[in-house]
Write a protein that binds this ligand. Structure first.
Ligand SMILES: [Mg+2]
Length: 259
């Protein structure tokens, strides 16, 4: 394990050859009960904006839809939304070519889920266009029922079910995740860091390991802790930060070092 000071020293050495990628919820933005109320930790947006002009690339990779993330993040920061199904690169929006035809399927499943999960009080269905999240944060007693429904719906409609913190997501069966996107976006960088907190971030951590093995890239897996940090995520950490405020402070230190 590295200390935060050691990590900062390595990330400020050569910004032009360094790429920084982060998840959004639980990292940039504190986890809140109402997912629609999540906002970046104060100072984080300004820091990411400044770093985007000094670093090789700064990107946010999230399971959220682009319509949610785009207004919250400066245009200088690239966004991989819905695990890469939707992207904003250099300020321009794009959609994964294989994803669009699943929009109608996802919409139909969202409508079906509203009915099927109606008996389970507190379960929230978040339709995100190209994917769908079933939230049980307010109704943890229904986790098993929701997981069973998600697995069944995924099988019937040809979608992939992916578990996350207090939720399960239904995705088009398109081979893209935070790992494949990170590998593409980190191309040419000699130093790459990713900040994550959840199971969906493991693909990004694995991609970093692969970059190191294949190309000798210097990579750092940074885990931002929270009350629900999965064991497998924590076990992947090269560096641990206490919370999103600690990430904001770290980014601020990178800004100070670069100016
Ligand atoms: Mg997260």
């Amino acid at each position: 394990m590295l200390t935060v000071d050691e990590l900062v020293a390595r990330l400020v050495r050569d910004p032009r050859r360094t790429a920084l990628f982060t998840d959004f919820d639980g990292t940039v933005a504190p986890i809140v009960t109402d997912p629609a109320a999540a906002r970046p930790e104060p100072g984080t947006v300004e820091a990411l904006d400044t770093l985007a002009s000094t670093y090789r690339r700064v990107g946010v990779l999230s399971g959220r839809p682009l319509d949610y993330l785009a207004p919250l993040l400066p245009g200088t920061v690239d966004i991989g939304a819905l695990y890469g199904l939707e992207q904003r690169v250099g300020g321009l929006r794009a959609e994964h070519p294989e994803a669009g035809r699943w929009r109608a399927v996802v919409t139909a499943v969202a409508a079906e889920a509203e009915g099927a999960l109606a008996p389970y009080d507190g379960v929230r269905i978040e339709a995100k266009g190209l994917s769908l999240t079933l939230h049980v944060r307010r109704a943890p007693q229904h986790l098993a029922a929701v997981m069973a429904y998600a697995a069944d719906a995924a099988r019937r409609h040809g979608l992939d079910a992916r578990e996350a913190k207090a939720s399960v997501e239904l995705h088009p069966p398109v081979a893209i995740d935070k790992g494949t996107l990170l590998t593409r976006w980190a191309s040419g960088a000699e130093v790459v860091a990713f900040f994550g907190d959840d199971l969906g971030d493991l693909a990004a951590f694995a991609a970093l390991r692969e970059l190191t093995d294949r190309l000798g890239t210097e990579t750092y897996r940074v885990v931002v802790l929270g009350p629900e940090t999965p064991v497998a995520v924590r076990a992947s950490a090269d560096v641990v930060l206490d919370d999103p405020a600690a990430l904001a402070a770290l980014l601020q230190r990178l800004v100070t070092a670069a100016s």
